[in-house]
Design a protein around this ligand. Structure first.
Ligand code: C5P
Length: 231
């Protein structure tokens, strides 16, 4: 039996949370690292569950932590927890396989983007509901971007006006994501990349600074400050 949030919602959110988090330094799997005393995954799931369109949340946990994650999240929201895979893409596929019949919009959201506001979840879902097959939240790139070759020598300067930094949640019509995963070859770091390979048009909506990906110790410190400032 899959746990449900809003039975009238039309969105299932897949949360790949099975990564080790090597770039954060030694310690527990990244989704279980603490931010203001609570695991990143708890922060992420709490915000997803606060989005009114969300019907189902499926978390892909590290295989050794499935029971612990189930217990941890029981107090936060009704969530289904499955074992993740060796690559992010395998974790997403495992979570996708656990989505019950019903939701026709699937969002894929990194547990590491723990402070993502429920409003961003709604805006991505709304763009899919409005007719897009695939939607990603993006921010403009603020730094100048250079292409660098062997020996750390600059090869050229990229025109940043056409560049965007991509966040999650990424949203998909269910049939589109299912087909893309069925056809998937080499693992990619995001799901929009998979559907692009299928020739599907991917739309953009404005992202949020709060949806930053907590990857390095600096990001964790920044997220602590953002939380403290919001309180
Ligand atoms: O490693 P990276 O930061 O790109 O991971 C993005 C998200 O994918 C994280 O939430 C991480 O837990 C998840 N992931 C996963 N299974 C893996 C590797 C990463 O669920 N094997």
């Amino acid at each position: 039996m899959t746990a449900q949030l809003n039975p009238r919602g039309d969105v299932a959110v897949l949360v790949p949370a099975a990564g080790a988090g090597v770039r954060l330094g030694p310690g527990r799997p990244k989704a279980l690292r603490l931010l203001a005393g609570e695991p990143l995954l708890v922060h992420a799931v709490r915000r997803l569950a606060a989005a009114p369109s969300v019907h189902t949340i499926v978390v892909a946990a590290p295989a050794t932590e499935v029971t612990a994650v189930r217990e941890l999240l029981a107090a936060v929201a009704p969530v289904t927890v499955v074992p993740g895979g060796a690559e992010r893409q395998a974790s997403v596929a495992a979570a996708l396989a656990a989505v019950p019949a019903g939701p026709e919009i699937i969002l894929v959201h990194d547990a590491a983007r723990a402070l993502t506001p429920p409003e961003l979840v709604e805006s991505v879902a709304a763009a899919v509901r409005g007719g897009r097959d695939a939607v990603i939240p993006v921010l403009p790139v603020v730094d100048t971007i250079k292409e660098v070759g062997a020996g750390e020598v600059v090869l050229g300067t990229v025109d940043r006006s056409a560049l965007r930094a991509v966040q999650t949640p990424q949203g998909f019509r269910r049939s589109v994501l299912t087909a893309a995963h069925a056809a998937a070859g080499d693992p990619l770091t995001d799901d929009a990349g998979l559907v692009e390979k299928q020739g599907v048009t991917v739309g953009c909506v404005p992202g949020s600074e709060y949806a930053l990906k907590i990857t390095r110790p600096f990001d964790l410190a920044l997220a602590e400050h953002l939380l403290a400032a919001a309180e």
